[in-house]
Design a protein around this ligand. Structure first.
Ligand code: PLP
Length: 412
């Protein structure tokens, strides 16, 4: 029998959302008439922007004609027509210049953020904000970059606590780390980092020759003017940071699959002999070996969101979800629950009432209000005593959920 990668055995019993699903299914089996409302998993509910749908129909027609049929996308990067729109609208508009061969179109920020670590050696010291999007930690566990799971976290990982006490602003690590995962606007806390704070991280990374893996999957939700959209708005970041973006939450593409990674040519890694190697070259090599590209049809759907009507439709979609966020924030405030986030991100992070633990609060919401949320402890040790609700539901369900929350007994 083939030996297995035993690092997989260190992973926790089930991926957080699988456990949520299991409990939800069990509840439905026992209470088949219950009308559950999910404010849990971060999936969207609005249909695709009309501009993307029209563009994908046209692209499909092109595929039906031998004169315009397309096979594999161009090696490694993807089609220029989308890359150039990204550079113009997502970067030049923010004062950032990029070359075409610094942008890699992909099928999701989940796969990109999970896969990127494989171009680094197993011995790299990894730091990540805590609570954290579980993919960063699990992919490093699988790669053997951590010890075992103990008391809510993995040994060998530098957790950077983000809690109400520090205003959800992580402190720089005391020692040297090599890889730093930052996600802002943050999933799960919905909080952002100020430009000044982000500058500290870029400064740290440059001094320590570390690489920042910056996930800005939620940048479309930024509403406040002083929040940076891209880490490259910080001077020097092009020497030390890789950025991941996704159309999933920007344009409702969770089921379509399209994202991109920006790997500036100036971001370097080191060989054991101390030689600098461009991460852009390595990522290109990795993508051409393991990924055959995002389809032409999907590229067209993504490019359409940069048209005038596409941008308007995306703004409307984001506005719809952020209205839900305001409804949830207000409802929780009315019943005296302390909340965070929900202003520059579609996530509301709340402190559980009477400090009950996250899974107990999950069961309480499920049993007493038929609402499914996500326990904060599932996102890391600093998520204990917190809980995440998302604004991705239908508006009428969100209103109904808030009504139910108001009837919840919060007495200890
Ligand atoms: N990064 C963060 C922080 C996320 O919350 C998510 C999705 O929930 C992703 C990446 C994954 O996005 P995609 O659908 O592009 O794989």
């Amino acid at each position: 029998m083939a030996g297995i990668n035993e690092n997989y055995l260190k992973l926790q019993g089930s991926y957080l959302f699988a456990e949520v699903k299991k409990r939800r299914i069990r509840y439905m089996e026992q209470n088949p008439d219950a009308r559950l409302i999910s404010l849990g998993i971060g999936d969207v509910t609005r249909p695709l922007p009309a501009a993307s749908i029209a563009a994908m129909h046209l692209a499909l027609d092109e595929m039906a004609d031998e004169k315009t049929f397309k096979g594999y996308a161009p090696d490694g990067y993807g089609y220029s027509f989308l890359i150039n729109k990204i550079i113009e609208f997502d970067y030049n508009a923010r004062g950032v210049s990029l070359d075409e061969d610094e942008v890699f179109i992909s099928d999701g920020a989940k796969s990109d953020t999970a896969n990127f670590q494989e171009i680094f050696e197993t011995g790299c010291r990894v730091a990540m904000t805590d609570p954290v999007y579980p993919v960063y930690i699990d992919s490093n566990v699988m790669a053997g970059r951590t010890g075992s799971y103990n008391d809510g976290g993995y040994s060998g990982v530098t957790y950077l606590p983000c809690t109400a006490e520090n205003g959800f602003t992580p402190e720089l690590p005391e020692g040297k780390v090599d890889l730093i995962y930052l996600c802002f606007p943050n999933n799960p806390t919905g909080m952002t980092l100020s430009k000044k704070e982000l500058e500290k991280w870029v400064d740290y990374a440059r001094k320590n020759k570390a690489v920042i893996l910056f996930d800005s999957a939620y940048k479309a939700y930024i509403s406040e003017p002083d929040v940076v959209h891209s880490i490259y708005e910080i001077e020097g970041a092009k020497e030390c940071a890789v950025e991941f973006r996704s159309y999933s939450k920007t344009a409702g593409f969770t089921g379509v699959r399209c994202s991109y990674a920006v790997v500036p040519k100036g971001v370097m890694g080191l060989t054991a002999a101390g030689k600098s190697v461009s991460l852009n070259d390595l990522w290109f090599r990795r993508q051409t070996t393991k990924y055959n590209g995002t389809s032409y049809i999907i590229h067209c759907g993504a490019a359409a969101i940069y048209t005038d009507e596409g941008r308007r439709q995306v703004r409307e979609m984001v506005g719809y979800y952020m209205e839900n966020a305001s409804i949830i924030l207000q409802g929780l405030k009315d019943i005296g629950i302390k909340t965070f986030g929900g202003v520059n991100a579609p996530y509301i992070w709340l402190k559980t009432p009477n400090d009950i633990d996250s899974w107990t609060f999950f069961d309480k919401l499920l049993n007493e209000a038929n609402i499914v949320g996500t326990p904060g402890s599932g996102f890391g040790p600093s998520g204990r005593g917190y809980f995440r609700l998302t604004a991705f539901g239908k508006k009428e369900n969100t209103i109904e959920a808030v009504k139910r929350l108001k009837n919840l007994s919060l007495k200890p």
